[in-house]
Design a protein around this ligand. Structure first.
Ligand code: PGA
Length: 256
């Protein structure tokens, strides 16, 4: 079986200006030795601070991610940025289709796959998000929704590039609510996603990293990442302070 290096990414959403970003990135860089070589760590700052973040992370193992990326190379898309713009800064990853983008900014199963495609084409690692709402879970629609969202993304991904993809399962009801999915609930959906990958790509599915996201904290990270198919975490609130994100990353070191 392919060995999957755990991958923990902080998502700072619309928090931290330039000074706070520099301070937290420097602290992450300093603390990274604790997990280096064992857990990959990235952080996704606000777009206006990406330049400063890349500068502060340069030469370290810390990866800088964008929270979004447009699918076009350039053009009349006010308020958006292309994968090439991110590459130019030194950004290496791009979150695509976060549930907040899907719920508030019109991202869907047409635009999210296009964002993922553009990221891959430019040499970025996409972190593609899927996950059901509370109503969908209560209506027993979790498997259907996750299969639909994942299927739409995989439709545009070829076998020889799937290993670069990161998929984040983020149940919407667990995001920012303090109510994380149990390790068993997370593993159940992750195993389903792994099976969808295996159906399309065979053995290559084993190399794809599946992050869990939704109220991950230092005190639940290890038990979540102990599950066979939970290969990391996408972390919002508990990633704002470097010490907390590093503690979560350390949780990944305990993966069997
Ligand atoms: P949370 O957010 O950790 O604050 O629940 C996770 C996310 O939105 O990626």
């Amino acid at each position: 079986m392919a060995k999957r290096v755990p991958f923990v990414c902080g998502n700072w959403k619309m928090h931290h200006g330039v000074e706070a970003t520099r301070k937290q990135v420097r602290a992450l860089v300093e603390g990274l030795a604790r997990v280096q070589g064992k857990v990959e760590v990235a952080v996704a700052p606000v777009a206006t601070t990406l330049f400063a973040a890349c500068e502060a992370a340069r030469g370290s193992g810390l990866k800088i991610a964008a929270q979004n990326v447009h699918w076009a190379e350039k053009g009349a898309f006010t308020g958006e940025w292309s994968a090439a713009h991110l590459v130019e800064l030194g950004v290496s990853h791009a979150i695509c289709g976060h549930s907040e983008r899907r719920a508030m900014f019109g991202d869907d199963d047409v635009t999210v796959p296009k964002r993922v495609r553009a990221a891959l084409d430019a040499g970025l690692i996409p972190i593609a998000c899927v996950g059901e709402t509370l109503a969908e879970r209560e209506g027993n629609q979790t498997a259907v929704v996750v299969a639909r969202q994942t299927g739409a993304i995989l439709e545009l991904i070829k076998a020889d590039e799937v290993e670069r993809l990161v998929l984040a399962y983020e149940p919407v009801w667990a995001i920012g609510t303090g109510k994380n999915a149990t390790p068993t609930q997370a593993q159940e959906v992750h195993a389903q996603i792994r099976a969808l990958l295996a159906k399309r790509y065979g053995a290559k599915a084993e190399a794809v990293r599946l992050q869990y996201g939704g109220s991950v904290k230092p005190d639940n990270a290890a038990e979540l990442m102990r599950e066979h198919d939970v290969d990391g975490a996408l972390v919002g609130g508990a990633a704002l302070e470097a010490a907390s994100l590093l503690a979560i990353a350390e949780g990944g070191m305990q993966r069997a």
